[in-house]
Write a protein that binds this ligand. Structure first.
Ligand code: HEM
Length: 535
């Protein structure tokens, strides 16, 4: 949320202002129409007219503020404020209710509320918010944005190839790519971010399209990254106004006058390119006989084996595969890259953890070979390190926002239909009741029986209900094989200042916490692994 809002405050172009002006008129219209009605909402800090709580929501590190609000306004009261307009703000213990430009935004601050709403009432809480902007851009085929039956069908298609036991078939590539990463680090230890990007892109593009990425200037990666940047606009400031405004599809003149049509056309173009181009490339590889087994080639094989299908049915099924494949890059790379970059920095800052992990791996491999997936069960400390990296620097501190499908009552409180709802995962991961001494980096908290509760709570990393990450097993495998390979091959140290101080790990603001560059030295532990350069 904070990124959305900070972007809003700082990056308004003339196009934005024109749309804002139109939106302002629309809000006044909505207000004049609203007749309120009794709403079981407790009081809280007052929102501003028109903009709601836009200026009260902190622009960075907002999760402790939600905690403070939850404590301050914790006493429920039935209030007569109108619901679903931008003048409502209520905070109730574990639930914080805000509005921005007419869109209700809810933050869940307790494990109980998160589970009861996002998991147990998943049917109501598994939409995606801010859909009007995406519909305007004709993105009703993008799995990560859509809801209902089209979402269910796409999700099931992805799960069949990436989740559960099926996820094991990716391990061969994942292991190979972890060794490519190690070889690249031996060659150019100062280019960590480039190597991680190549590694995460290649891992998912191999699994999806059978396409190996050989460097940072890869054309497919470039295309995917463009759509990634455009995607940020889709949840950006204008999305809030468009959500409550008139359907701009029916107002083509307003769309053109505001200059906004150009942005919409650009988004459509970029998304379509990364849907069609890599798919065509995979199909050409099948025709050439050079395709390797991957999501696209295997799915197309299955479709061609179904001889009873009509040409139209074949076309529809192929389009479904094309749709699903196109979201995998964006869904997989950023979160995995951020986690790996945090891992390197945290190893540099915690040499005692790194040494203990190296000893554990050396015991298992007898320093004769690199770790493989067969070693996974015998390396619980590696799993503990990965969990602690995910907890300590929570990649998605507020999860990914869900949308509320219909009005719901929880503990006597109205959760309005159309609200954007987020889980304050950061707060749970730093709750001393669950994770004692939460601001210390301690992988051992996840070891053995004592670590069972923590391990179970960490499932929140992958989201909730019908939206839970379908790439969980794929990501866990990439993280395991990469982390264990790196720990086996390298020593990592922080590059200290002239006064001997280690750098601190800091982050850019945003829904995904992307680490800022962290100066470190990465050295091979021994010459033994030099063969990696020429396997
Ligand atoms: C460290 C790595 C990763 C983390 C922390 C992560 C986390 C998440 C989270 C929090 C969500 C949103 C869930 C929700 O809305 O409740 C999500 C969605 C998703 N993730 Fe991941 N993910 C990771 C890697 C991957 C990988 C490798 C893939 C693909 C193989 C993937 C595919 C997806 C997809 C397709 C969705 C959208 C699900 C939907 O909207 O139904 N993720 N992920």
């Amino acid at each position: 949320m904070s990124s959305t809002i900070s972007t809003f405050l700082t990056s308004l172009s003339s196009t934005d202002k024109a749309v804002l002006a139109a939106g302002g008129v629309w809000i006044v219209y909505l207000l004049s129409r609203s007749n309120g009605g009794p709403a079981p909402l407790p009081p809280g800090p007052r929102p501003l007219p028109l903009v709601g709580n836009m200026f009260q929501i902190p622009q960075k590190d907002e999760w402790p503020v939600y905690e403070a609000w939850a404590k301050k306004y914790g006493r429920p009261r039935r209030d007569s404020l109108p619901v679903n307009t931008f003048v409502t703000l209520a905070v109730l213990g574990p639930i914080t209710y805000l509005t921005m430009l007419g869109t209700p935004m809810i933050v869940l601050n307790s494990l109980k509320a998160i589970r009861e709403l996002l998991e147990e009432r998943s049917a109501t809480y598994s939409n995606r918010p801010l859909m009007a902007m995406k519909e305007l851009c004709d993105l009703d085929w993008v799995l990560t944005y859509i809801s209902g039956e089209p979402h269910r069908v796409r999700r099931a298609t992805v799960q069949r190839y990436f989740s559960g036991p099926a996820s094991v078939k990716h391990r061969h590539h994942q292991q190979e790519e972890s060794r490519v990463l190690a070889a690249n680090l031996l060659r150019r230890p100062d280019a960590l971010d480039d190597h991680i990007k190549q590694h995460t892109s290649s891992s998912i593009l191999l699994g999806t399209y059978g396409y190996r990425v050989s460097g940072t200037d890869d054309p497919i990666v470039h295309e995917m990254e463009r759509s990634f940047k455009q995607a940020e606009e889709l949840n950006g400031p204008l999305a809030f106004l468009i959500e409550i405004g008139p359907n701009l599809k029916n107002w083509p003149n307003l769309l053109s006058l505001s200059g906004f049509r150009k942005t919409v056309d650009e988004i459509k173009h970029v998304f379509n390119a990364c849907r069609v181009d890599p798919f065509k490339r995979s199909r050409n590889m099948i025709d050439d006989g050079t395709a390797v087994p991957c999501f696209v080639s295997t799915s197309l094989d299955t479709i061609s084996s179904e001889t009873s299908l009509s040409p139209i049915e074949v076309e529809k099924k192929e389009e479904l595969i094309m749709d699903c494949a196109s979201v995998m890059y964006a869904a997989a790379t950023d979160s995995t890259s951020c986690t790996l970059r945090c891992f390197f920095a945290l190893m540099a800052l915690h040499p005692e953890v790194m040494r203990r992990a190296q000893e554990g791996i050396d015991n298992v491999t007898e320093t004769e070979r690199l770790p493989t997936f067969d070693d996974w069960e015998r390396l619980p400390y590696i799993t503990a390190i990965i969990l602690e990296v995910l907890r300590y620097n929570t990649v998605t501190p507020l999860g990914l926002p869900h949308g509320v499908a219909k009005d719901d009552i929880y503990d006597g409180i109205l959760i309005p239909k159309g609200s954007m709802i987020c889980a304050n995962v950061w707060l749970i991961y730093h709750d001393p009741e669950i994770f004692p001494d939460p601001y210390s980096f301690k992988p051992e908290r996840f070891m053995g029986e004592n670590g069972a509760r923590g391990r179970e709570v960490m499932n929140m990393t992958w989201g909730f209900g019908r939206r839970t990450c379908p790439g969980k097993q794929f990501a866990e495998a990439v993280l395991f094989i990469t982390v264990s390979t790196v720990i086996t091959c390298f020593d990592i140290e922080p590059k200290r200042s002239s006064t001997g101080e280690a750098p601190t790990l800091t982050f850019y603001d945003g829904f995904i916490r992307r680490p800022k560059p962290f100066p470190m030295t990465i050295r091979p532990r021994s010459d033994k692994w030099a063969w990696l350069l020429d396997p």
